[in-house]
Design a protein around this ligand. Sequence first.
Ligand SMILES: *Cc1c(COP(=O)(O)O)cnc(C)c1O
Length: 387
Amino acid sequence: MSIRELDEAYVAGTYKRFPVEIVSGHGSIAVDVNGKEYIDMGSGIGVTSFGYADGEWIAAVTEQLGRVQHTSNLYYTEPCAQLAKRLCERTGMSRVFFGNSGAEANECAIKVARKYAAEHHGGDCYTIVTLKNSFHGRTLTTLAATGQDNFHKLFQPLTPGFCHITAGDIYELEAVAAKTQIAGIMIECVQGEGGVLPLDPEFVRAVAEFAKKRDIILIVDEVQTGNGRTGKLYSYMHYGIEPDVVTTAKGLGGGLPIGACIIGEKVKDVLGYGDHGSTFGGNPAACAGAISIFDRIDDGLLADVEAKSKYIFDEMTGAAGVESVAGLGLMIGIKTVKPAGEIVSKCIERGVLCLTAKDKVRLLPALNIPFDTVKKAVAIIKSACAE
Ligand SMILES: *Cc1c(COP(=O)(O)O)cnc(C)c1O
């Protein structure tokens, strides 16, 4: 049997895969089983921040693998503590809980908000407000947080205590608050899966102010937008707000599973012994890799992200077959005249891997993708849109 046949026979059919089998890669180039090369403009959905086979990351991970690949959270390990220190220092926050995915980071954030609210405002204060069209994960609780009905239908009942308001409409938030005690508000500053839609800065600031005034825990989901993706270390830094909790995952690990719930001063002691846990959370190899990624997200890299972003925006805006371009940094959604899926298939034939988000072609290349590689990819994407 071919790998494709094996996969279709034995792997749960939850993913509709493209007919490409990736066997290796270097930098922003992926190589398939036939030796065909692709420029990877998706980086494993914003995960491989420094591309495939990145030397520094491999060295950090393998060095750690040779010492301790895992121990339980009953003992101290250096990479976990060092990564937490870095995350706190560069966000001004206070503590980190490590898990293995974005959904797990968000679960932790929701627990923090619920426990804080119960302790300060009583047991009826538990509602978490999120936005319509948001995406927060696939567990039953993060699905409840996700403001898209099509994800909900088949899995009722979901975790209760979630409520979704329209992005941009602060009055809806006030209307919810008039009827319900709100424990937390969770937002993505740029909705990723929802179609690469940056939130209106005025709305974000109004939400932050509202939360602060009423002692509501503000959670920013930076699972996709975090770790340099939008041209700042975290996307909330574009908006001049100070969240109580920041969650991240995807690009933090550079390719190994990791999730982090970064907890601010106000809520830093909410979780105590036994309140939460994760067997693999803070895994030394994953954390060692993440440190090698995180330390390279400096001002120079972020300026490069902005420059490549500007190039892509300038080239794609108004191009033939393109209706609009939206996003922030190297998180870009292109609304095309032809269906996005058709454009992506055409790009694959021509050697470029792109993603979709709703009805858009979505680009999330590695942060260090070389400029001339971006140029080649953009030319191919433009040709696919123009036909
Ligand atoms: C991908 C994503 C998640 C879920 O992350 P997993 O690692 O798949 O659990 C949550 N929130 C946002 C904004 C995401 O983009």
